[in-house]
Write a protein that binds this ligand. Structure first.
Ligand code: HEM
Length: 488
């Protein structure tokens, strides 16, 4: 390594005049140097015989992700590659994937833009004791009581959207579910007692902020990233107003309705000395992370719900029969009924297994760590593959079959294959919104099933799976949709 570094210096000193030839010479020396470092790091790990300098496998990963996956999987349970000159460890084994999620020294690696937008105060960037304390503070927001208070909001907004889709008679699931999801998340987080104009402004700014997560990370006036940062600043102002209103209502003993209400209620119940002085800040930046974490993943799951149910009418018929048995006169959903709807919940779990929205969750190790027997050099990018864990040989039975019965009380694959089910991650950053997310998919599934009939409208190549950055059918899934009488 030292030798290569000194040869770089030598070449630059002999190349003082500048000009194209000199630039090419410097770039080639740099490329050779980088390749040398990568090959040193990979040691005996299997992987591609050649990785293009500078960009590495970036374009394959973005443009043809599943080809990239399949090629990489051929190298075995753990292999190497490189993206933008960074050494990348690709992990397809469920056990090792879990290990990465649990490793304190491997941090979630969100996009470069995400850190600028969400700032260091966002929960995925917090570690150790402060992280554990924050997670504890968040528990009251996801209890059965809390989830019950969000249900009427979820149900009302889902129904409202479905009614407007029925008027059109056809739709693109990806576009419509994205809007529905934004309305539901905003409703759940800030409550329906926040006026409509403010909820709409929150949603509008959140869309702008979301654009910034995957854009080119250049923060200059007029860039997508700068607009996203401005949108975040406006969201901070809007959330401050919502929290102040909630303080007034919770202070006079009103019933909490939204996630913010529950958090404010929790603060007011704590001893003055225990209250976090920066409580507004904590709530606001955590809410921004919630919006970020929930939006694309949930939209992906709703779209797959539409696509998979159109593909499996037998499964949809069983959901309808169960719902009609439990709610013969279209009673409102509540958590008890949802607990009894075991088949419907199996379908939700299978949608999440079969099409996990976040197929891989990048991590960066801040120290040298071990994954399996492999020593991973500091500052590598690790790609633990949730997708591969869900389809790994020796895990779920016939994993490429969409089969909700795998989770019934006889087969219980959620127990026997627990180590392969990684849709919500594992370890200290395990998804805190998982029950909220599952409820949302279930509400959507039941309302679609009981009030509509829909049919998939295929397009050429439209079923190919793309990253966006969660997974979607390429055409976003077009359907025709018609009203249906409430029946089994
Ligand atoms: C289908 C929907 C969802 C999927 C597939 C999903 C998946 C994930 C995954 C894989 C992680 C990383 C876990 C780890 O590192 O071990 C995560 C973290 C997280 N999720 Fe979700 N999620 C979903 C919905 C939601 C929702 C609705 C919320 C709203 C509250 C949410 C909030 C979070 C937060 C705050 C984190 C970071 C937790 C921390 O850093 O401690 N997620 N999620």
């Amino acid at each position: 390594e030292t030798k290569v570094v000194s040869s770089t210096n030598k070449s630059s000193s002999s190349c003082q005049g500048g000009g194209l030839k000199c630039t090419v010479q410097k770039l080639s020396t740099f490329a050779i140097h980088q390749q040398y470092i990568l090959y040193q790091k990979k040691g005996s790990l299997p992987g591609p015989s050649f990785v293009p300098p500078f960009v590495g496998m970036l374009f394959q990963l973005i443009l043809t992700p599943f080809d990239f996956y399949q090629n990489q999987e051929k190298y075995g349970l753990i292999s190497w590659t490189s993206i933008l000159n960074k050494f990348v460890l690709f992990v397809v084994d469920a056990e090792m994937t879990r290990q990465v999620f649990k490793e304190e020294n491997a941090k979630l690696f969100l996009s470069l833009g995400a850190k600028k937008i969400l700032t260091e105060k966002a929960i995925p960037y917090i570690e150790g004791v402060p992280h554990r304390q924050l997670r504890k503070q968040l528990l009251p927001l996801f209890t059965i009581r809390a989830l019950s208070s969000y249900l009427p909001i979820q149900e009302a907004i889902v129904n409202e959207n479905i009614q407007s889709w029925l008027k059109d008679g056809k739709m693109n699931a990806r576009n419509q579910c994205r809007d529905l999801n934004m309305m539901v998340s905003t409703g759940v987080f800030v409550g329906s007692n926040t006026d409509k104009t403010m909820r709409e402004e929150i949603a509008k700014n959140f869309f702008i902020m979301n654009e910034g997560f995957l854009c080119f990370p250049i923060d200059l006036p007029g860039t997508t990233l700068r607009k996203a940062i401005r949108a975040r600043e406006r969201l901070v102002e809007l959330f401050t107003i919502v929290i102040e209103n909630s303080r007034k209502r919770m202070g006079q003993g009103d019933k909490p309705e939204s996630l913010i209400d529950l958090w404010v209620e929790y603060f007011l119940s704590c001893d003055e000395s225990e209250r976090d002085e920066l409580s507004n800040d904590t709530i606001i930046y955590t809410l921004l992370s919630f919006m970020f974490a929930s939006q694309d993943a949930l939209t992906s799951s709703l779209v797959w719900t539409v696509r998979l149910m159109a593909q499996h009418p037998d499964v949809l018929a069983r959901v309808r029969a169960e719902q009609f048995r439990l709610r013969p006169s279209n009673q409102k959903l509540n958590l008890e009924v949802m607990r009894e709807a075991t088949y419907t919940r199996q379908v939700v779990n299978e949608i999440l297994r079969f099409r996990p929205p976040a197929v891989m969750v990048p991590h960066e190790n801040i120290e040298e760590i071990k994954v399996g027997d492999i020593v991973v050099p500091k500052h590598s990018l690790i790609l633990p593959s949730i997708w591969s864990a869900h389809f790994q040989d020796g895990g779920f039975k016939d994993p490429y079959n969409f089969d909700p019965d795998r989770f019934n009380s006889e087969r219980k694959e959620e127990v026997s294959c627990a180590k392969n089910y990684l849709v919500f991650g594992a370890g200290p950053h395990y998804c805190i919104g998982r029950e909220l997310a599952k409820n949302q998919i279930e509400v959507f599934l039941t309302q679609m099933a009981m009030t509509t009939n829909w049919e998939h409208v295929p397009t050429a190549g439209g079923d190919e799976i793309i990253f966006g950055p969660t997974i979607f059918p390429k055409d976003g899934c077009n359907i025709t949709i018609n009203p249906r009488n409430y029946s089994a």
